[in-house]
Design a protein around this ligand. Structure first.
Ligand code: FMN
Length: 315
């Protein structure tokens, strides 16, 4: 049988938190806008899922510029979670996204448990009345303004509280996006699993800093920012592998994925699906090329179901 007909036999669909994705490749939050921005270049129907920019109950302007700076093999961003707010998203962006045969995952955040709960409630209500939202991805890399500014995702107790509260609020599949700025990511994943999460995604950006030595000032107005891109990939792959050994719920892996080979590293290490973030800025067609590349690789390897490569790492 020729390679092309073998490629057609490859089953790429995966089940994440009860949602059947046509393939395991999605976009990562904050790097693909609300989908519309890329729709001229990318056939959105082909994507496993679109994860939209992080939303909050009230719109946010984000941080003052400069908010982005280059770093070796990556970039540092301090956008400050700028977004149009959940109500405007539902009114202005979701109708556009509903036309496509893909799954929509809404990333959201808050700066108190109450705000996380309210956000989850508004998104669940919108989904119940008009559909179009297939899962929630909760960004826990935010400080709790009501409780000493402790970042939810770096404190097991705060994380348990917020995930438990949101779990009670929504019946939508709940994906928790883990922060890599911790010592033991496996432990954090276990806390999240025990608190009722359906899946985890990782990694979010790693806190970094770039200095303008002439001015003796940080390059970013916010002083620090989140590092993303190929620079973080080996850390992200290691963390996915650690989480794979720690929990039973599915993992969505991300961090510096630019090519099919990069995506495969995450799958072999234990991810069931992957997301492309910074890679979209360099090559807007990265997701499509990776979907095609996965089919080709699996056919060449004689593996006809992508699920069989998840966690296939041998040590
Ligand atoms: C400009 C920018 C904005 C981002 N915004 C969000 C966001 O709103 N919510 C979130 O959970 N992650 C956000 N992220 C993190 C990415 O979704 C992703 O987890 C991270 O960048 C690592 O993947 P990458 O190296 O492929 O970009 C953002 C990343 C970048 C570069």
């Amino acid at each position: 049988m020729g390679l092309e007909s073998r490629e057609e036999r490859v089953e790429l669909s995966v089940d994440i938190a009860g949602v059947r994705l046509k393939n395991p490749v999605m976009t990562s939050s904050g790097t693909f806008g609300y989908g519309e921005e890329y729709s001229e270049f990318v056939d959105l129907n082909r994507l496993g899922a679109i994860v939209v920019k992080g939303l909050s109950v009230t719109p946010k302007e984000g941080n003052p510029p400069p908010r982005i700076v280059e770093a070796p093999a990556g970039m540092l961003n301090a956008i400050g979670l700028q977004n149009i707010g959940i109500k405007a998203f539902i009114r202005e962006k979701l109708p556009f996204l509903r036309q496509f045969k893909t799954h929509i995952i809404v990333n959201f955040f808050g700066d108190s448990i109450g705000e996380y709960v309210q956000a989850a409630e508004e998104l669940s209500n919108a989904s119940a009345s008009d559909g179009g939202i297939h899962a929630l991805e909760m960004n826990i890399s935010c400080p709790n303004k009501e409780d000493g500014w402790i970042v939810f995702g770096t404190d097991p107790k705060a994380m348990k509280q917020v995930v438990t509260a949101v779990r009670k609020t929504t019946n939508l599949p709940l994906i928790i996006k883990l922060s890599p700025n911790v010592t033991d990511i496996g432990l954090m994943a276990r806390v999240v699993e025990d608190s009722g999460a359906d899946a985890v995604s990782l990694i979010n950006t790693i806190i970094g800093m770039v200095v303008d030595v002439k001015k003796r000032r940080p390059m970013l107005a916010n002083t620090t920012g989140g590092l993303s891109g190929p620079a973080v990939r080996p850390i992200a792959v290691r963390m996915v592998w650690e989480v794979y050994r720690a929990v039973k719920i599915p993992i969505i892996g991300m961090g510096g994925i630019m090519t099919t080979n990069d995506a495969l590293e995450f799958l072999v290490a234990g991810a069931k699906a992957v997301a492309v973030g910074t890679g979209n800025f360099v090559n807007p067609l990265a997701t499509i090329e990776i979907i095609d590349g996965l089919g080709r690789f699996l056919a060449e390897e004689g593996i006809y179901n992508v699920n069989n490569i998840t966690g296939s790492l041998e040590i």
